[in-house]
Write a protein that binds this ligand. Sequence first.
Ligand code: GRF
Length: 194
Amino acid sequence: MVKLIGFKKVNTAIFISGTGSNLKSLIKFSLLKKSPIKISLIVSSNIKAKGLKYAKSHKIKKKTYNFKNTSFSEKILLKDLEINKINLICLAGFMKILSKSFIKKFNGKILNIHPSLLPKYKGLKTHERVLKNNEKYSGCTVHYVNSQLDAGKIVMQKKVKVSKKENPQSLKEKILKQEHQIYPKAISKVLTSL
Ligand code: GRF
């Protein structure tokens, strides 16, 4: 668990692999005076991740790790997290599975956002599966990361209605809008409820 000391913002790293729309919303949130986080590092598993452009535009340190050799990449990553005094990790569309030992080292300090109402629809292709099953509702979940995929303790969820005309893309967009709202709220909840 991370502790907020006085009003000092918690040094945070955001891990991405793609578009980075959650990263964008978290950067906006971090710049608010009342925000409990300072984004000190952006970690990417993909050199072509579109989200890396936000590192440049907001002058945030960024680094890409290829994760072909997980233990080697994680060793360097851990060193970089230590150098940057990172106390909270927020996964935001990060497509690599972190090792058990990495998660153990950051126990209680890693959050993830997932585009479904967990524990339903863990893993990939959530919107396709939701539509195939004719679900009336879907949504998004912010949860702690443990060693099992999308199974850590839930911090916050937001439900959305699946409309009759929905397709995977429209559902993705509808849920992303909610993700951008709840991730900052969930971070505040985690950091201030102590
Ligand atoms: C989001 O839907 C998030 O829930 C999932 O990956 C997607 C990332 O989108 N884990 P973005 O890169 O933040 O736009």
